[in-house]
Design a protein around this ligand. Sequence first.
Ligand code: ZN
Length: 252
Amino acid sequence: MPNITVKDRMLEGEITWQWRTNPRGRAASDFAALSSLLVSCCLDHTTEDKWKWSKTSDGDFKVKVLASEIDDFTLASSSSNESTLRNNLIPKKVEIFVWRALKRRLPVRLELDKRGIDLHSVRCPLCDDDLESVEHTFILCKHALELWDRVFNWRNLGNFSNVTLQEIFAGNGPTSSSTFGKKIWQALVWTCAYLMWKNRNNLIFKGKGWNGPIALNEIQVKSFEWISQISKGKKFEWLMWLHNPSHYLSAT
Ligand SMILES: [Zn+2]
């Protein structure tokens, strides 16, 4: 009975438990802790006795708050890269995605195979040239390289060459020296990788992928949508983003 209250168990000042099976292990120690809290408990009719969730001010359980707690915990446990794995310009689901990519926890075929999952192929579903590792997916696959080139060449943002997964996700951008500009660049890079992954899944599970120009357009639109929504108080305009993204990359 998950919602039972203390009052329901307290008969004539005595707490009476009705176990179907006696608690054991972890449950037994939780029960011991609860019992010690209740030793000095005294209820009268004015005492409110109800379940409260300590994470919200009204005591109500909310899935959204729990999800946010789990996200924070996941990102906080990401050791030394913690600060470079936070970017408040894009949704948390993208931060989690980047964290999973760096920890090799994305279900690319090579990782699934290592975990004993039987697959008909462990090769890249996009190019079929090599094994599908996280590195291959994001920085070695010819399709990934072509897309990065498009993003970097979008109004002369520089060249994409010889970077590691850590470097690309750290968002060591091309030109900008401002902190805000670096965050924007990182948000753009993360959006690009996130959409690459989505495209890979669409190709596998729905049989339809994107092509180069459409891919770039999707990245431009999505990154604008996210950054403009979240960068409150900063002017962020679509036409400027489209034609002169460097303007924002050097913005303070
Ligand atoms: Zn490939």
